[in-house]
Design a protein around this ligand. Structure first.
Ligand code: ADP
Ligand code: MG
Length: 202
């Protein structure tokens, strides 16, 4: 009932429409994807740096999902994102482990924990929780970024996601390297990230 009431509120409807409106970027090849992801990484780093300065009582978190078919470029985009955030090591696809964890120093003050999930192989939506992977969502220890491939496999067991990024092959007869990248903010936090992207990125 509470939900129905709030949905009838015209201001809230307007806000929901604004939040749900996706931005779409066309990346003609992998280096274009890398450039776009670099801008996104800067926006994410700025978000965590600003949150650390504000000295909030609970750690800053950002939950980002990556959706799209197999081979669309979700893991590739994650590799570029981690690299742009400053991670120099190898980024393994978490297809078998469900989750890989990284620690990235954004500055001498901010150490970011990154959890890269790939839920593709899960047989049931609760498997990631049964594997003990709830902590970054329920009890984050410091600034935390979660990147989730195949969130649809978890159905309704994930908490609200701030940003949803959809990668698709483009129907380009000349090249199979072109991708469309659609970004949608699902929370005000996600919206703040989108708004801080340079206009050249969008
Ligand atoms: P997913 O994780 O979505 O299943 P991967 O990232 O593992 O996909 O694979 C995507 C493949 O497509 C990689 O081999 C990557 O090099 C290639 N690729 C070609 N063009 C692009 C592009 N524009 N953006 C991202 N990946 C691309
Ligand atoms: Mg993948």
């Amino acid at each position: 009932m509470g939900n129905l009431e709030s949905i009838r509120d015209p201001i809230r409807i307007k806000a929901l429409i604004r939040l749900a409106k996706p931005h779409t970027v066309h990346c003609k090849d992998e280096s274009a994807t890398a450039r776009f992801v670099h801008d996104l990484a800067n926006a994410i780093a700025a978000f965590f740096t600003k949150s650390a300065r504000a000295q909030e009582s609970s750690p800053a978190t950002l939950f980002v999902s990556l959706v799209g078919d197999l081979g669309a470029g979700k893991t590739t985009a994650t590799r570029y994102l981690l690299k742009a955030l400053g991670y120099e090591g190898k980024v393994k696809s978490p297809t078998y482990s469900l989750c890989e964890e990284y620690s990235i120093d954004l500055s001498s003050q901010v150490s970011l924990r990154v959890f890269h999930f790939d839920l593709y192989r899960m047989q049931s939506p609760h498997e990631w929780q049964e594997a003990g992977l709830l902590e970054p969502f329920s009890n984050p220890q410091g600034p935390t970024l979660c990147i989730i491939e195949w969130p649809e496999k978890a159905e309704h067991t994930l908490p609200p996601l701030d940003l949803v990024i959809r990668l698709d092959h483009m129907n380009d007869a000349q090249s199979d390297l072109a991708r469309s990248v659609a970004l949608a903010a699902h929370t005000p936090k996600g919206e703040a990230i989108l708004n801080s992207l340079p206009t050249s990125a969008l």
